[in-house]
Write a protein that binds this ligand. Structure first.
Ligand SMILES: Nc1nc2c(ncn2[C@@H]2O[C@H](COP(=O)(O)OP(=O)(O)OP(=O)(O)O)[C@@H](O)[C@H]2O)c(=O)[nH]1
Ligand SMILES: [Mg+2]
Ligand SMILES: [Zn+2]
Length: 296
């Protein structure tokens, strides 16, 4: 009996890296009983497996998960790296906010990376980074061209299973190639991606950076569905709002138009960013509509 981690899943086969003798990857099938009893088997799952009489790997048990991401399907994630670009594509606050809310809701630690720093003036780049630091996020600026941030990013990945997520064309694959040149992941110009159409793959796989460190590259996406989040819970997913939430006059306050709202007051007093608050209101409307339609 051995213990390993599923690093890849294709057509009913699971590729399990043995945790005892690393660098050994065993192609495994799975016992029907487990297949039926567990919802699904995810890349990232820790499993018990054995080599059967025919020399084939068989997964016999899925060990308990610490957590799971549903987009992409991946288990036991230690860090989410949210990648955006300083330029091409431009950073859009509303989209960034949605990714940040999604990550905050997952309860998994996350890092915000602004890549392609070489494409903008340093002053402008620092301003963008500082804006998000002021909101309470951890931010790293990188460039695949100048290798800025390479060491720091490598530090973040040490000993963890990290998922890279973000819109298409921001440089997720390029960043992974920078921190681990052996990967040679395919990258492509933003315009080519659109031209090629089907550039994304549904397959998720864990790539090994070194012992105990894995990364998952994911296909870029920008349609983020946050409809599962209750409108009432949204403000709690904005770290900068947190200190005001218990000071509103009404405990049911969603910080929209209620009198005595501490969040709104903080915006008026210049303590919270107006554009940030606008993003909140826009997202709140989206969620309210989704919940109204659901329970009509
Ligand atoms: N100037 C500059 N270009 C970069 C940088 N990082 C990536 N690029 C370019 O941006 C384009 C997109 O990079 P990818 O790594 O393919 O982007 P991706 O996020 O993996 O995109 P998807 O796989 O579609 O989700 C490529 O042409 C890269 O060469 C950077 O730091 N600076
Ligand atoms: Mg990519
Ligand atoms: Zn309020």
């Amino acid at each position: 009996m051995a213990v390993g981690k599923i690093v890849r899943a294709i057509a009913g086969f699971y590729y399990v890296e043995s945790l005892e003798s690393s660098n050994t990857i065993v192609e495994c099938s799975i016992r029907g009983k487990i297949k039926l009893s567990s919802d699904s088997v995810f890349v990232g799952d820790k499993v018990e497996f054995l080599i059967d009489d025919n020399g084939k790997g068989v997964i016999t048990k899925i060990l308990p998960r610490n957590n799971q991401l549903l987009r992409p399907y991946i288990a036991n994630v230690d860090l989410i790296v949210l990648v955006f670009a300083h330029h091409t594509p431009d950073p859009i606050e509303y989209l960034i906010t949605k990714f940040l809310v999604l990550a905050e809701d997952s309860n998994i630690p996350y890092l915000l990376v602004f890549n392609k720093m070489d494409l903008v003036e340093k002053r402008k780049a620092n301003l963008l980074a500082q804006t998000y630091r002021n909101y309470g996020y951890e931010v790293l600026c990188t460039s695949v061209v100048t290798h800025q941030g390479k060491r720091k990013l490598q530090q973040y990945l040490k000993g963890k299973t990290t998922v890279f997520a973000g819109p298409s064309g921001v440089g997720k694959s390029a960043l992974l190639n920078m921190v681990c040149p052996g990967f040679r992941l395919q990258t492509g110009a933003v315009s080519e991606k659109i031209g090629r159409g089907k550039h994304t793959t549904r397959e998720v796989q864990l790539l090994k950076v070194n012992t105990n460190s894995y990364v998952a590259d994911t296909p870029g996406f920008s349609q983020i569905n946050l409809d599962f989040i209750e409108p009432q819970a949204l403000a709690g997913l904005f770290p900068d709002f947190e200190q005001y939430l218990d000071q509103c006059k009404f405990s049911s306050c969603v910080h929209q138009a209620e009198p005595g709202c501490a969040v709104k007051n903080a915006v008026d007093e210049g303590k919270l960013s107006p554009s940030r608050y606008q993003c909140y209101l826009e997202l709140l409307d989206e969620l309210k509509l989704a919940w109204k339609n659901r329970y009509r």
